[in-house]
Design a protein around this ligand. Structure first.
Ligand code: SF4
Length: 720
């Protein structure tokens, strides 16, 4: 129907930014997006949108679209510039290159690096392409930088990568423990729900654990401004206090858990006095946090923790998560309304990516790549003899292998590693060394697109269809409102076309049967079948159900009438014994220590109005009003000590690189600490960005790098 200007067409979809997963109504005329507003019926946001979500339509104006990739571009050699080509030539060339590398060097010489911003259907196809067709587990994702420690933390303690709670629990909690999360900036609409819950229940306590006095910490009843990387010492000391005061719940521990005796011996050492020293806190602060978390032993009250990158982006990220979950298990603060550990997802579909197994360590339906039974189940589902056994390369390992020349062809989809990966110099060397780099992107001006031998234009928000899963396990539809610009294609569609061509090149006669999809729903139906009998079983959840009943939480098995708000209410956990496991964790320092040469401990994080590498938010002028350029936030004493002025250009140097930015005097950091926003890929003088400084050391279980901490020196910038 043609629309009159007074009554734009409307399409319900989901915000493409953070893991809160707000519902949006896209206003458009069938060709052009003209507006956006919050969906009042969506259970994540009930009509509200934050600054980023409410300006989504401004990222789709003709002015903003000038940075879009509109047609395939190919460069015949590294020396030649990229030139426009047609899709057939582009994908024939890609299939030929990948097939040549596979024939000459084996399947592990190629790799895929994808994104938590892909839709579940896109993710499913890429995973099958790597593991099912090519026979390599070399597919990893930028979610490795974001959520993998939360996933391994859950698996080590509760037995499955399944966040137990839901947003609605905020209404039932008496103590909210926010750890390593500036929720007010990173998950703004969730923070509005926290404010609502506190208004309804003024007695509710809010504890914030964060080295910085963020906007979130500013509103806390108790702000624990611990030193970076000391979370485990804090949680162990809190458990020490709970044991001493007899605030733990022996009945729950005895009936539903195992491993408590080892943990009890471990935390005996962590007196509040010792932890206060390690964490830079007072004994009293630790004791108060323990009392509020355990409600002085009153189990009729509920405690919920929400946590994010401050715990995850660490070389002991898995144990940061496990140490916090230990507190919930020991006090029986789990499996009841208003209680439980709850990891917040950074990206809109980091959860969906884990569900389809789109990581080097996972397989479809929350299966594990290193489990022979799981591999056999997936091979049977896909109708192939086997899925590969050899471990795939996780994000950091993958770019190391590219730099070393062992991965010779890479396909990067919907992400910008030249900016977002730690140790930016090394990542750029990897992209230069790799013989063939495909970049599938909506934007042609990203730092990574510059390295593309083949640039493939992709559809973006408002132009594609599928599903995403938010932090509370809620699956929402994403619906196309307007046509794709130029020759852009959907990510899954390009991947299927490439798979069929590659199969032909490799002489694989089963490729058509492996990739029979004609639309997103075909892929969704295969994905949901792969979850049958698993903890995330969604065999009862069709596109039609999502359209009729709205967004739903998993599990939603066949025959169910609705999803499940809260997990583990029966105290039975998906482990071999049915019991949750305590993990005895010990304090470990950050990899880099501050020293005489690099005396400042720098953390990185988000600003309120920007998203990741700013490909999209960077096109909206009003989103620069909050913070217009990259600035390093420093304590006034550190500015004075260096003879600097507030707002002056400074040189920030780590052991890996250096950048030039302005210094900003800020009360939010302690002396000896600094904060640098993560969003800028280049600095004031056009050189490298924030991740020139960060390091690639990673957690041994989750393989997530320590983006939250590096030691730097800061000095006056002297040109020349
Ligand atoms: Fe989008 Fe997150 Fe803002 Fe909601 S809170 S509107 S999902 S950016």
């Amino acid at each position: 129907q043609p629309a009159s200007p007074a009554s734009p067409l409307e399409t319900k979809s989901t915000c493409c930014y953070c893991g809160v997963g707000c519902g949006v109504i896209i206003e458009h005329d069938g060709q052009q997006i003209t507006g956006v507003r919050g969906d009042p019926d969506h259970p994540a946001n009930f009509g509200r949108l934050c600054t980023k979500g409410s300006t989504l339509h401004l990222t789709a104006t003709p002015d903003s679209q000038v940075v879009r990739a509109l047609y395939p571009e190919l460069r015949p050699s590294r020396e030649a510039p990229r030139a426009r080509t047609d899709w057939d030539t582009a994908l024939r060339h890609a299939a030929d290159k990948f097939a040549t590398v596979i024939r000459e060097h084996g399947p592990n010489a190629v790799a895929f690096y994808v994104s938590g911003q892909l839709l579940t259907e896109d993710y499913y196809v890429f995973n099958k392409l790597a593991k099912g067709l090519i026979g390599t587990n070399n597919i990893d994702t930028n979610s490795r930088l974001c959520m993998s420690s939360a996933a391994t933390g859950y698996k080590q303690t509760l037995g499955a990568d399944s966040p137990p709670g839901c947003y609605d629990d905020l209404k039932h909690t008496d103590c909210l423990f926010l750890a390593g999360s500036n929720t007010a900036f990173a998950h703004p609409i969730l923070f509005r729900r926290i404010e609502d819950a506190r208004a309804l229940n003024p007695a509710m306590k809010m504890i914030v654990v964060d080295p910085r006095r963020t906007d979130t910490a500013e509103q806390a009843d108790l702000h624990l401004a611990l030193l970076p990387g000391t979370d485990i010492a804090l949680y162990n000391a809190m458990l020490h206090v709970m044991l001493w005061e007899e605030w733990i719940k022996p009945e729950y521990i005895g009936a539903h858990t195992e491993g408590f005796d080892v943990l009890r011996r471990t935390v005996r050492e962590y007196t509040p006095a010792m932890a206060a020293e390690i964490c830079g806190l007072t004994k009293k602060e630790i004791e108060t946090a323990a009392e509020w978390f355990a409600h002085g032993g009153d189990a009729s009250k509920a405690t919920m923790s929400m946590y994010c990158m401050g715990l995850n982006q660490s070389t002991h990220g898995t144990h940061n998560n496990a140490a916090l979950i230990n507190l919930h298990l020991a006090t029986a603060q789990i499996g009841k309304p208003g209680a439980g550990p709850f990891s917040l997802t950074g990206q809109p579909n980091a959860m969906g990516g884990r569900e389809v197994g789109g990581m080097a360590t996972l397989l479809s339906g929350h299966r594990d790549m290193d489990n022979a039974e799981h591999r056999a189940e997936v091979a049977k589902l896909w109708g192939i003899p086997s899925v590969p056994e050899q471990a795939g390369l996780t994000a950091i390992e993958l770019f190391d292998a590219m730099a070393a020349g062992t991965v010779k062809a890479v396909w990067i989809s919907c992400t910008n590693p030249a900016q977002s990966m730690p140790d930016q110099n090394l990542v750029r060397k990897a992209l230069e060394t790799c013989e063939f780099v495909v970049v599938q992107e909506a934007y042609r001006n990203t730092e990574t697109a510059r390295y593309a031998d083949l640039l493939l234009p992709a559809t973006s928000w408002g132009e594609k269809t599928g599903t995403v899963t938010n932090s509370e396990r809620r699956i929402s539809r994403v619906i196309q409102a307007v046509p794709a610009p130029g020759e852009a294609r959907h990510d899954w569609d390009t991947a299927v076309d490439f798979a069929r061509r590659l199969g032909n090149e490799l002489g694989d006669t089963h490729t058509s049967a492996l990739f029979p999809y004609t639309n997103e729903e075909d892929i969704w139906n295969e994905h949901r079948e792969s979850t049958r009998g698993r903890d995330l079983d969604i065999t009862g959840l069709s596109y039609a159900t999502l359209e009729q009943q709205g967004p739903q939480q998993w599990p939603f098995p066949q025959g169910a009438s609705g999803g499940k708000a809260r997990l583990y209410e029966d105290g039975i956990y998906p482990t071999a014994s049915g019991r949750a496991k305590f993990v005895a964790t010990e304090h470990k320092d950050t990899v880099e220590k501050a020293d005489a040469r690099y005396p400042i401990r720098m953390t990185t994080g988000r600003l309120r109005d920007q998203w990741h590498g700013m490909s999209r938010t960077g096109t909206v002028a009003r989103l620069y009003a909050h913070e217009a350029e990259p600035m390093i936030h420093m304590h006034a004493a550190d500015i004075d000590r260096r003879g600097l002025k507030d707002g002056e250009l400074v040189r920030v140097k780590s052991r890996r690189g250096e950048i030039v930015v302005k210094a900003l005097a800020s009360e939010t950091v302690r002396p000896g600490q600094a904060f640098l926003p993560m969003h800028w890929g280049s600095n004031a003088l056009g050189g490298l960005g924030t991740n020139a400084l960060t390091l690639k050391s990673f957690d041994p279980y989750s393989k997530q790098p320590e983006l939250k901490h590096s030691a730097v020196q800061i000095s006056k910038y002297v040109p020349g």
